[in-house]
Ligand binder design. Structure first.
Ligand SMILES: [Fe+2]
Length: 446
């Protein structure tokens, strides 16, 4: 009967049932002793064993703590929100109002102002501790009046956390600026044409970028508990660029070819313009249904000319990829290197295994790391080497790699500067880690 299940409940997409704690994990190879911190990744792990969509399962964090060349522990923990405690909870009322506390808390986990935050874009952040125990929800002392994106951007220069919330009722889009010490200091409604799904955004040194794309809210789907969005043939696709301390009236909107973007790689200011690299789909959920064919996602560049008010678009790489990341220190600044997850392809003549890509955007070249037949990595997270030039590739790439042949998962550490070489270290985990979403390297304080 397994074949009757949707993809997100089969194989290594299926949830695990145990919360496990294990110490002193076996390491194959040599773990760089300078890696001292926590690698933690979030994902959907439906507590009942079932969910209507991959994105709707309850959030489970999987963390591995590294220090001094050892893998000290592995823990996986649910984020214990009301949606975990009661999976049947009604998260949306008949008038379209969402319960912001009952988060799935399944999409990302970041650290800001000393708090580790489990994020999901329809809800408030949830604070977890360094051993992944749930602390409680966080609404910035009541100042956060909307949901918060799972993809806020931590400015590596100022320490601010720049974010937004979107909703199904007005205000549809609200920009938030959070100070380095964790105070919400600006919330600004951004005027848009209606409620759309806004998964990510981008920052530069001087600007923030909003994506207002034609995947629109659908209350009927929401009330069924499904992914509450569908493709619109009429809603215009636009990207808005605003000064970081600006207001809605300051947004410059640029119409682009219809598309959907789950994830940007990064954006930066250049001369009179802004460059924004993204993983782009030509459409999403166009023919009803809400499955996703990752083979259609490609790497794409928008180049905005703020003086001329124009935008140019180009495909940078036709290969199917997503989960793009730059070094945390390059967020909002010109990047040379990026990393992404390349999806397996069964295209005749272009069949490939899933793997990780290292993109050199300056040279227009790339390198691929494959882990062997049936071995599937997740999002690559770059950790800089101590004292390295922040725009270099000196550092490490961490990713959970699942071996579908053995049913086991490892945390793999690659040398980012020798990307195709065999991994520096492979850490055996005590149970499989289901395919999931986003994570972070939380370095120990220096
Ligand atoms: Fe995401």
């Amino acid at each position: 009967m397994a074949d009757d299940k949707p993809f997100h409940l089969q194989g290594n997409f299926a949830p695990v049932t145990e919360e496990v704690t294990a110490f002193e994990l076996p390491v194959e190879g040599a773990l760089p002793p300078e890696l001292c911190g926590l690698y933690v990744r979030n994902g959907a792990n439906p507590v009942t064993g079932h969910s209507l969509h991959w994105f709707l399962g309850q959030g489970m964090l999987h963390g591995v703590r590294l220090a001094g060349g050892r893998a000290l522990w592995y823990r996986n923990r649910y984020v214990r929100t009301p949606y975990f405690e009661n999976p049947e909870i009604q998260r949306v009322s008949p008038d379209g109002r969402f319960d912001r506390v009952a988060s799935a808390a399944n999409t990302h986990v970041i650290q800001h102002a000393g708090k580790l935050l489990a994020l999901e874009e329809g809800s408030f952040p949830w604070v977890v501790d360094g051993e992944l125990g749930t602390v409680g929800y966080h609404d910035y002392e009541g100042r956060l009046q909307t949901a918060m994106t799972a993809h806020p951007k931590l400015c590596p220069v100022t320490g601010e956390l720049l974010a937004f919330g979107y909703g199904q009722l007005p205000p549809f889009l609200v920009y938030h600026r959070i100070s380095p010490d964790g105070r919400l200091i600006q919330s600004e409604e951004i005027a848009v044409g209606g409620p759309t799904m806004v998964h990510d955004f981008a920052i530069t040194t001087n600007h923030v970028l909003f994506m207002d794309l034609p995947v629109v809210f659908d209350l009927e789907l929401a009330l069924k508990g499904s992914m509450p969005f569908h493709w619109s043939e009429t809603y215009p696709a636009r990207i808005g660029i605003m000064p970081r301390t600006g207001r809605s009236a300051d947004v410059r909107w640029f119409e682009i070819a219809p598309c959907y973007v789950f994830h940007g790689l990064n954006a930066y200011d250049e001369g009179d313009g802004v460059v924004f690299d993204v993983c782009r789909l030509a459409d999403l959920w166009r023919s009803g249904g809400n499955t996703l064919d990752p083979s259609r996602i490609t790497l794409h560049r928008f180049r905005f000319d703020l003086a001329a008010g124009s935008v140019k678009e180009e495909t940078l790489d036709e290969r199917a990829m997503d989960f793009p990341r730059v070094a945390d220190a390059r967020v909002g600044r010109k990047h040379r290197f990026g990393f992404s997850l390349r999806f397996a392809s069964e295209k005749p003549g272009a069949a490939s295994e899933a793997g990780l890509l290292k993109l050199d955007l300056e040279r227009g070249s790339s390198e691929a790391h494959e882990f062997g037949a049936g071995c599937v990595p997740g999002e690559p997270v770059f950790v800089p080497a101590a004292g390295a030039d922040p725009n270099s590739d000196a550092g490490y790439v961490l990713s959970y790699v699942h071996d579908e042949n053995t049913g086991r998962t490892q945390l793999v550490v690659l040398d980012a500067s020798a990307f195709t070489s065999k991994p520096l270290a492979r850490i055996a985990l005590p149970q499989r880690v289901p395919y999931g979403f986003h994570g972070s390297w939380i370095a120990d304080p220096a």
